[in-house]
Design a protein around this ligand. Structure first.
Ligand SMILES: [Zn+2]
Length: 257
C-alpha cells in the first residue's frame, strides 16, 4: 500500500530525516508533510527529497499579526513546489481561525492553491486554550474563503461531532487523522478497552459520508509510525484505505504524487 504521512514534525533535522527516509522506504511511505515549527525564513525550510512542508504560524513566540515582511516570507515559501501549505497553531496560539490577522494567509493560500491546516482539538500540556482549537472555530473562515482548502488536524479530537458538522457543511474542509494515539500502543487491548471511542471515530467519519475528505497522518514523533499505520488500517473501512492513506493527501495538498 502506498502511503503519504500528511502530518509530522521534525525537531532534530539531520538525524531524524535520515532515519525517516530509511523507515519510509521500508513502509512504503512516498512522502511526509512536515508541519513547521521554525521561524519563517527561506533557509529554515529545507528538507530531503521525499518531504513536503507546511510553514508554521503561531508556534512559540512569533507574533501573529503578520507585518509586510512576514507576509513576503510566507509568499516566497508558498511559491516553492515542496511547500504544501500553511499550518496554524490555533489553541497553542491565542487566536481564532476567523481572526482578521490570519486572513492575509488565507488569501495567499488561495492565490497559490495551497492548503491551510489548523491544529484542532486537544492541546498537549496545559498551556494551550481549547476555545481556540475547537473545530467549530474553523466554520467561519471556511465559509468566508470557499476556494481555500482547510484541514482540521487530528479531526478535532475529541470534538468529533463538531468537526464532522463543520466538514459536512463546508465542502472545502478536510481532516487528518494524526495524533489520536500517544507513543506505541498495543492495539488488541486498545480496540477492546476503547471500543466506545473507536466506534465514535467511525460514527463521525461515516456521518461526513465522504471518504475523500480524510487523510492519514501520524504526528510523529508523538506516535510510533509503523504502529500508527496498523491503527488507522484497522480503524477505517478496507474500501477507503487507498484514499485515506494516499490519494486524498496527494490531492488536498497538491503533491502531484
Ligand atoms: Zn502535529
Amino acid at each position: 500500500m502506498k502511503i503519504i504521512d500528511a502530518h509530522l514534525h521534525i525537531f532534530d533535522q539531520g538525524k531524524t530525516e535520515r532515519n525517516l527516509t530509511k523507515l519510509y522506504k521500508k513502509l512504503g511511505i512516498e512522502s511526509g508533510i512536515v508541519m513547521g515549527n521554525q521561524p519563517l525564513t527561506l533557509s529554515a525550510y529545507h528538507f530531503s527529497e521525499g518531504f513536503h512542508f507546511c510553514i508554521g504560524i503561531g508556534d512559540f513566540e512569533r507574533s501573529l499579526d503578520p507585518g509586510e515582511e512576514t507576509l513576503a516570507a510566507a509568499e516566497a515559501q508558498l511559491k516553492r513546489p515542496e511547500c504544501a501549505g500553511i499550518k496554524i497553531y490555533t489553541g497553542y496560539a491565542p487566536v481564532y481561525a476567523s481572526d482578521d490577522c490570519l486572513k492575509p494567509y488565507y488569501r495567499l493560500a488561495g492565490k497559490y492553491d495551497k492548503a491551510v491546516a489548523f491544529h484542532t482539538g486537544m492541546t498537549a500540556g496545559s498551556m494551550g486554550l481549547l476555545k481556540y482549537s475547537h473545530p467549530l472555530a474553523v466554520d467561519e473562515a471556511a465559509s468566508e474563503f470557499p476556494d481555500v482548502r482547510f484541514v482540521l488536524c487530528h479531526f478535532g479530537n475529541p470534538f468529533l461531532a463538531e468537526a464532522a458538522a463543520v466538514m459536512e457543511k463546508n465542502a472545502n474542509v478536510f481532516a487528518d487523522l494524526s495524533g489520536l494515539l500517544d507513543g506505541y500502543t498495543e492495539l488488541d487491548p486498545y480496540f477492546e478497552k476503547q471500543a466506545g471511542y473507536v466506534q465514535m471515530l467511525r460514527t463521525w467519519m461515516d456521518y461526513v459520508e465522504d471518504d475523500t475528505r480524510f487523510m492519514f497522518g501520524t504526528d510523529y514523533p508523538a506516535v510510533d509510525i509503523e504502529n500508527y499505520i496498523e491503527f488507522i488500517s484497522r480503524l477505517v473501512r478496507p474500501e477507503s484505505r487507498e484514499k485515506i492513506f494516499f490519494e486524498n493527501a496527494s490531492r488536498i495538498y497538491r503533491l502531484g504524487l
